[in-house]
Design a binder for this molecule. Structure first.
Ligand code: NAD
Length: 321
């Protein structure tokens, strides 16, 4: 088997490669060539940690496996480690033999940023100029960096529940040569594209904070009970997702569905837009909303790419296992 340690990942995989891998696997999911297994996520009663498994099988890409890991909230302060910890395991679909073990921390950020970027590519207006950010934590920086590559953005506006964190995203905007402005939530009405990536359990962004024609990527809600935007916004929007089952149970759509504002059949897999079987945005006034819940197949797709590159460059650690 091959081992690709966490420290090698940054030099191996680019944002472009992550984007391509995620776009392809979303397309495969909608074509029913790939599917995710039910997610296991447990509060283990130790170190306040959440631990679980996300897995799946991509028949076309040949990726079979899982990501194991989760969130240890005290890692940083107690041990100087990042709070999110995960590892991807890939298996040979022909034999079941383990094929690779790959560090999953940076890959998680890259594949999550790739998901919102894929949604921007396929759903945002071509003339989008103002990029809005709700959130300024660890993932937000990756999200913004990738999003800025999708359109000719002229300005980034940002709001965060903890305003002292805003310099994190201001730095990314400046590095990309785009001016940054901190706004209040009603100020988000200026945005053509909005990414929300927070760990909130109550909505910040309300339906009347969003203008017609906007594309939103709601990326923070990946657990039952979390919520970033008002449920009424989903009723105003055309709603897309990575996977419908997750969207309505652990994603942003869980609240709108529970409130009877939308039904499961209103939520469309983004892969259908990529494959051309759903038209996606049909008017410049549509509000489109991508509910990015994070699926195991995204992890397997980027991890497979990393293994391929590591073997190609002769840096994968080979172990007789
Ligand atoms: P982080 O701890 O670095 O940042 C948290 C962000 O949430 C900050 O902007 C913080 O100000 C904001 N926040 C905290 N409490 C809030 C509140 N009550 N109201 C509004 N905002 C609040 O976390 P991170 O690593 O950037 O992750 C952000 C979220 O993204 C988490 O919920 C995580 O589970 C989720 N996530 C989703 C995916 C996916 O595939 N969809 C992947 C990775 C992480």
């Amino acid at each position: 088997m091959y081992i690709v340690p966490e420290a090698m990942i940054a030099d191996l995989v680019s944002r472009e490669a992550s984007f391509e891998a995620v776009e392809q696997v979303f397309a495969a999911m909608a074509a029913k060539d790939a599917y995710n297994f039910p997610v296991v996520r447990e509060a283990i009663g130790h170190e306040d940690a959440l631990y679980g498994f996300k897995g799946g099988f991509d028949r076309v890409g040949g990726a079979l496996g899982l990501k194991a890991g989760g969130y240890w909230p005290h890692n940083l302060e107690k041990r100087g480690l990042i709070n999110h910890q995960s590892t991807v395991f890939l298996f040979d679909p022909d034999t079941g033999k383990v094929r690779a073990m790959v560090g999953g921390n940076l890959l998680t950020a890259l594949r999550t940023a790739a998901a919102s970027s894929v949604s921007i590519k396929h759903l945002a207006r071509a003339d989008a100029k103002v990029m809005g950010m709700v959130g300024a934590g660890h993932q937000a920086t990756f999200q913004l960096r990738a999003a800025l590559e999708q359109r000719s953005f002229e300005k980034v506006i940002g709001w965060n529940y903890h305003p002292e964190m805003l310099p994190n995203i201001e730095k990314v905007a400046k590095e990309a040569g785009v001016p940054f402005e901190a706004v209040d939530l009603p100020g988000m009405a200026e945005a053509d594209v909005i990414i929300s990536i927070t760990s909130a359990f109550a909505p910040s962004l309300m339906a009347d904070h969003v203008s017609p024609g906007t594309h939103l990527a709601c990326m923070g809600t990946d657990t039952k009970g979390k919520q970033e935007v008002e449920a009424a916004l989903l009723a105003r929007a055309k709603v897309f997702t990575d996977e419908v089952a997750q969207s309505i149970s652990i994603g942003e759509a869980q609240h709108a569905v529970a409130a009877g504002l939308i039904t499961e059949s209103d939520v469309i897999e983004i892969g259908a837009v990529i494959n051309g079987t759903h038209p996606g945005r049909t008017s410049d006034d549509d509000i489109t909303l991508f509910d990015g819940t994070g699926v195991g197949l995204q992890d397997l797709a980027v991890a497979s790419k990393v293994v391929e590159l590591a073997i190609e460059r002769g840096v994968a650690v080979e172990v007789d296992f």
